[in-house]
Every structure is written in structure tokens, then in C-alpha cells.
Design a protein around this ligand. Structure first.
Ligand SMILES: NC(=O)c1ccc[n+]([C@@H]2O[C@H](COP(=O)([O-])OP(=O)(O)OC[C@H]3O[C@@H](n4cnc5c(N)ncnc54)[C@H](OP(=O)(O)O)[C@@H]3O)[C@@H](O)[C@H]2O)c1
Length: 157
């Protein structure tokens, strides 16, 4: 199962340069609870951003896949160049954890969406790409301190 997980504000803002535009401990806890020890896929920019948060500490995931188009070596990650082949043949559970470019490329393969709605607007410059949410059913929704944690599953066709 391929799941995308992200937080966005009322304008679908997700980033400010290469960091999150906000600090919501409840959302970080939600993200950590879902992705801890899980296989994750992220773009090179998001990998760099997380590395700058965690510094020398290991990233708290299981298998880490980093999408990039150049030959790089990361000791804690496997590189993915052919994203479409990777996503169409992936077996098992995978969380796609950003950023904008990789969400956009992974959306057609998403079985599940974990969206945190930040119930206000923030400053920033990276937005989640427009997509058709009506292809998904809402299966879970909780409201906590200005955040809605929503889970969607792709409708069967
Ligand atoms: N709010 C949230 O939940 C959330 C979560 C995660 C990230 N973010 C935000 O998202 C922003 C980063 O998004 P981004 O779009 O700039 O970067 P990104 O998606 O993290 O990474 C983009 C990189 O992916 C690689 N790539 C692009 N197309 C590819 C393809 N077809 N196959 C394989 N690799 C490919 C390229 O790496 P190379 O250049 O190395 O080739 C590209 O630079 C940041 O502001 C971050 O804070 C927000």
C-alpha cells in the first residue's frame, strides 16, 4: 500500500524554502507515529531538509528511499531514479513523505492519503499540487488544536 502523508494550510501551502513553514508539535507527533520504522520515499530536497533537523542522529524510519536524478551516495538510503517503475512495482507498505515534486509524481499511485489540515494561513512558497480529492473516500477525521487529521482511501474503480 502506498500512502502519502503531508500537512498543508488553508492555501495548500506545505513549505517555506526547504523547511516547514510552521511548528505544530501535534502534527510532528502524528507524522512520527505513522512513519516510525516504516519504509519511506522522499525527494532529495526533503532528505536534505530532514538531515539538517536530525543532524548526526539517524532518521527514525525503516528503509529509506530517496528520489533523485543525479548519482549521489547516501549511507542510510537507497536511491530511486525511475520513480514510476519504483512505485508501480513496489510491494509492501510505503509512506511518501514529500516534498512537492515527489508528492505530485506519486499521487497517481496513492492508495491512501494522510492529510493534516492546518486551519489557518502561513507564509511560504511551496504548495501542494492541485489534484482531485473526489477520487478518494474520507475514512477518518479528528480535530485537535487547530489541526484536522484526515485519512482518505482511493475509491475502487
Ligand atoms: N508540509 C509537509 O508535510 C511537507 C512534507 C515534506 C516536504 N515539504 C516541503 O516540500 C518542499 C520540498 O519540495 P521540493 O519539490 O522542492 O523537493 P522534493 O520533492 O523533496 O525533492 C525534489 C527532488 O527530487 C528529485 N526528482 C525530481 N523528479 C524526479 C524523478 N522523476 N525521479 C526521481 N527523482 C526526481 C530531484 O532530485 P535531484 O535534484 O537530486 O536530482 C529533485 O530535486 C520543502 O519546502 C519542504 O519543507 C513539506
Amino acid at each position: 500500500m502506498i500512502s502519502l502523508i503531508w500537512a498543508m494550510d488553508e492555501n495548500w501551502l506545505i513549505g517555506k524554502d526547504n523547511v516547514l513553514p510552521w511548528h505544530y508539535p501535534k502534527d510532528l507527533a502524528y507524522f512520527k507515529a505513522h512513519t516510525k520504522d516504516q519504509a519511506v520515499l522522499m525527494g532529495d530536497m526533503t532528505y536534505q531538509s530532514l538531515k539538517s533537523y536530525y543532524k548526526t542522529k539517524p532518521l527514525p524510519f525503516g528503509q529509506i528511499f530517496v528520489a533523485n536524478l543525479v548519482d549521489t551516495f547516501y549511507p542510510d538510503a537507497l536511491l530511486v531514479k525511475d520513480l514510476h517503475h519504483f512505485l508501480s512495482t513496489y510491494q509492501g507498505n510505503l509512506f511518501v513523505i514529500g516534498g512537492k515534486t515527489i508528492y505530485q509524481l506519486a499521487l497517481p499511485y496513492a492508495d491512501r492519503l494522510y492529510i493534516t489540515y492546518v486551519l489557518k494561513t502561513h507564509e511560504g512558497n511551496v504548495y501542494f499540487p492541485p489534484f482531485d480529492l473526489s477520487l478518494f473516500n474520507l475514512i477518518e477525521k479528528t480535530l485537535e488544536e487547530g489541526l484536522i487529521f484526515a485519512v482518505y482511501e482511493r475509491k475502487s474503480s
